[in-house]
Ligand binder design. Structure first.
Ligand SMILES: [Cu+2]
Length: 125
């Protein structure tokens, strides 16, 4: 077996490994958590080609302020929509837009960009 054949086998094995990892591996993103200061909690979600963290966990019963830090210049992400809360905010008016999220009970708020292309969620528990 020549060197080039060994190289082909090695490259093939690496590719198969990558494909298996891509389709079957766990790509769970770490959920973000709020910082509690005094009587309320605060968290920042960076808007830049999506939402980071895309999942944010808030503590139940602690008033929450979620800050959207706008770093994206595309029209796509210019608005953030919380359908359950009837909120549709233009994030381009200022660098940071603060949204109050109710934390009175366990629930999940899904949000999206104005065109429903990018999604994120806030979990209260
Ligand atoms: Cu969009």
């Amino acid at each position: 077996m020549g060197l080039s054949q060994i190289a082909v086998i090695v490259v093939g094995a690496v590719l198969i490994g990558f494909i298996l990892w891509w389709f079957f591996g766990k790509h769970t993103e770490e959920a973000g958590r709020a910082t509690i200061n005094g009587n309320d909690q605060e968290a920042t979600i960076v808007v830049n080609g999506g939402y980071s963290p895309s999942t944010l966990v808030l503590k139940k019963g602690v008033p929450a302020k979620v800050k959207f830090d706008m770093r994206d210049s595309t029209a796509c992400l210019s608005h953030v929509v919380f359908e359950q809360l009837g909120i549709n905010k233009d994030l381009t008016k200022q660098k940071i837009t603060t949204i109050d999220i109710p934390t009175d009970k366990n629930q999940t708020f899904n949000y999206a960009c104005g065109m429903d292309m990018f999604h994120g969620k806030i979990v209260v528990k």
